[in-house]
Design a protein around this ligand. Sequence first.
Ligand SMILES: [Fe+2]
Length: 250
Amino acid sequence: MKIVLYSDIHAQLAPLDAVQEAVAKENADREIVIGDLVMLGPEPVEVVERFMWRKDVDVLAGNLDWWVSKRKDETDPPKNEHHVWLYEMVKKTRERLSAEQIDYLDGLMWSMTITPEKGHDFFIFHATPDDIEDAIPLRFTDEEVKEKIKGTDAEIMAFGHVHGPYVREVDGQTLVCTAAVGMNWDGDYRPAYSVVEYEGDGKWNVETKRVAYDCEAQAKKNENGWMPHGERIAKMVRTGEFWNPAHMPH
Ligand SMILES: [Fe+2]
């Protein structure tokens, strides 16, 4: 069984086009999107539309999809300046989406398990198994990773949220970070996706792929669009680095 996974599109249509074009050529059995369709980008309507009517793709929720559909900007006071900016974007993103699109985001599942063979589970979630807003960054020690995935006995798990793809083994379990499509923070601007293939007898093969595209045109859309501080997002789209190195989210 061959599964393609990608995540953290963040309302950026051109890198999504590039990834979906590559994914189409993979001839996979399953296509799974691991959340954060919207926020941090100028094209939330177009990105949600891309998935809303498709029956052949599984889509999970991300923390920022949840912020938008649950009106986090109205229910939780901002914790810092960064939040003030994000909340403004949550509000403006929600204003652009239709009620039907917001309902779609609200109805997305938070995790799923694929079992190609009895006793061989592949567990998929946006951030950590228990928390849509937590994270498993690459810098974590094995002990820190084990604490986050405690109670998860799947042979392999995939998630997004961290914006820099990686594959890691911890105590016999495989962790696959698929993120991100919209913008990365690992110094490589190219959108990423993962190919996970179950070869039988508990053997899983994992590959991370990256796709080049015209990031300059997409960066300009961010700079010249409706978003507050679109220039910050444009910088990430162009460089593959977080806009403010002093304030990395994870
Ligand atoms: Fe996220």
